[in-house]
Design a protein around this ligand. Structure first.
Ligand code: ZN
Length: 494
């Protein structure tokens, strides 16, 4: 028997995790109670019964005296189901069933089923990152979903399948479970740019959006292909860089759960429906989960029929898109999730959808048309550097024989442009470019911010053309790719 046993585990809060030390010791009482101190949450308190039931079911010894379990640091609220496995192992070590030295420089996390199987935990990658940050060499995790955590160098991830297996592995009697081959996230079947007929300007806008990156708004009637194009935007983006892939995979593992934890190397595509809850969109809940906005990190967030989303939802996107992170608070503690998606919004030109249609008449009043567009606030629309119209489908357009480039061809240009863009001058020095810029600023009474964004788009266009500086034509094209969202100064005044 050991006098006291120390087991370390981690408590996730958002993507970060606190190191928790559990100290188990016998108290004087003979009541066979397990007493907990140090702010254990309800799930941890329930773990007492679950763990006891599990020990009994497996014919493992149950302490015959009262046990005090103290969680440190004491002032930090702790909760979650991943305390089952460390608790069970700690109780066994306290009774001398396991050498307590097995817990040295080791973190244990896992949920137990009543039959002793170890269930996967959410956020295994985040746990491995937290272990590495603290210089802890070994992480004992449910084998299911541990493969993604094993990708973190410097931490030895030990996969276990059951409580019995965990005991044998820690005692050196059994080998860890082989971890599943880590499947790379395959490109979601979102089609190819070559599927999109016509739509020359929106297609060009998608290429510029991918190269920037720049958020893109597509306006067009139903059937114009705007949603189809939005879905294909991800095929133009390069694979995620290592750091971004790590963040995306950690976010995914937290939201999706252990068993489906994958390594995300391709830009994710998320397309939430407008009926989604606010927490579902931006993150929140209990435990704290990333929302669609974060799950699209490094990829594409499609907001189809954007004016149909509740205005409050849309407004809550603004600050995170500006900052690249979202701050969420739960139980007085703040957590942040990274947020760097390319946003593609789509909207109809009016509530009925047929404003500007060559053959079908719009039944909306000017007031209705105006109110529809104003469901998206000006400051949010300002985040969209590109704003183009997808014309209504017409037989002529669908039959247009124009050469359609494939996603691969455009993606190669985008990848080159992303490198080239770093070398392009932030502001054009060319007199012609200046004159074009002045003309656009005056014509649309642009704010300083809008003018800056216009130059940023012109710079991307120059980079796509492998030039180091934006010229007048680039400014003009950037204007053409944004003007559908601006009102000329003279119209605004009248
Ligand atoms: Zn209409």
């Amino acid at each position: 028997m050991n006098d006291s046993v120390h087991v370390h585990t981690l408590c996730l809060h958002g993507l970060s995790a606190e190191l928790i030390e559990m100290e188990l010791q016998y108290t004087g009482g003979l009541m066979q109670r397990v007493i907990m101190s140090g702010l254990p949450g309800s799930a941890i308190k329930e773990a007492r019964e679950r763990v006891r039931g599990c020990l009994v079911a497996l014919d493992l010894p149950v302490p015959r005296k009262s046990v005090l379990i103290n969680f440190a640091p004491a002032d930090l609220p702790k909760d979650g189901n991943s305390f089952d496995l460390p608790l069970a192992l700690g109780l066994l070590a306290l009774q001398g069933e396991l050498d307590a030295r097995a817990f040295e420089s080791t973190i244990v996390a896992g949920e137990l089923a009543l039959d002793g199987r170890v269930r996967s935990v959410r956020g295994s990658l985040a746990l491995a990152l937290a272990a590495r940050r603290r210089g802890i060499a070994r992480l004992v995790l449910p084998a299911l979903g541990a493969a993604v955590a094993a990708r973190i160098e410097g931490v030895d991830v030990i996969g276990v399948t059951s409580l019995g297996h965990a005991i044998d592995v820690l005692a050196g009697r059994a080998a860890p479970a082989p971890l599943a081959d880590l499947e790379d996230d395959t490109q979601h079947d979102v089609g190819d740019l070559a599927d999109v007929a016509g739509l020359d300007t929106p297609r060009r806008a998608a290429e510029v959006a991918a190269a920037g990156p720049h958020h893109l708004m597509l306006v067009g009637p139903p059937g114009s292909g705007k949603t189809m194009l939005a879905q294909r935007l991800a095929t133009l983006l390069p694979p995620l860089e290592e750091e971004r892939a790590l963040e995306a995979s950690a976010l995914h593992g937290l939201a999706i759960g252990g068993e489906d934890a994958r390594w995300i190397s391709r830009p994710p595509v998320r397309a939430p429906h407008h009926t989604i809850s606010r927490a579902g969109l931006v993150g929140g809940g209990r435990p704290l989960m990333p929302g669609e906005l974060s799950l699209a990190h490094g990829g594409v967030l499609i907001l189809d029929e954007m004016p149909e989303f509740p205005r409050g939802h849309l407004e809550s996107l603004r600050q995170p898109l500006e900052d690249g992170v979202i701050r969420l608070a739960r139980a007085g503690r703040a957590a942040t999730f990274p947020v760097k998606p390319l946003v593609v919004g789509t909207m109809n030109p009016c509530p009925c959808g047929f404003h500007g249609h060559p053959t079908r008449g719009c039944t909306c009043t000017p007031f209705q048309r105006n109110a529809y567009r104003q469901r998206i606030s000006g400051p949010l629309l300002d985040r969209f550097d590109l704003f183009v119209e997808a014309p209504s489908p017409s037989a002529q357009r669908l039959l247009s024989p124009g050469a359609r480039e494939t996603s691969n061809t455009v993606a190669a240009r985008v990848a080159r442009a992303r490198v080239q863009r770093r070398a392009t001058a932030p502001y054009p020095r060319d007199a012609g470019a200046h004159a074009a810029l002045e003309a656009t600023i005056t014509h649309f009474a642009l704010s300083g911010r809008a003018a800056t964004r216009l130059v940023a788009v012109a710079r991307t266009i120059a980079a796509l053309d492998e030039r180091e500086e934006a010229c007048a034509e680039d400014i003009e094209e950037a204007t053409a790719l944004r003007r559908a969202g601006w009102v000329p100064a003279e119209d605004a005044a009248s």
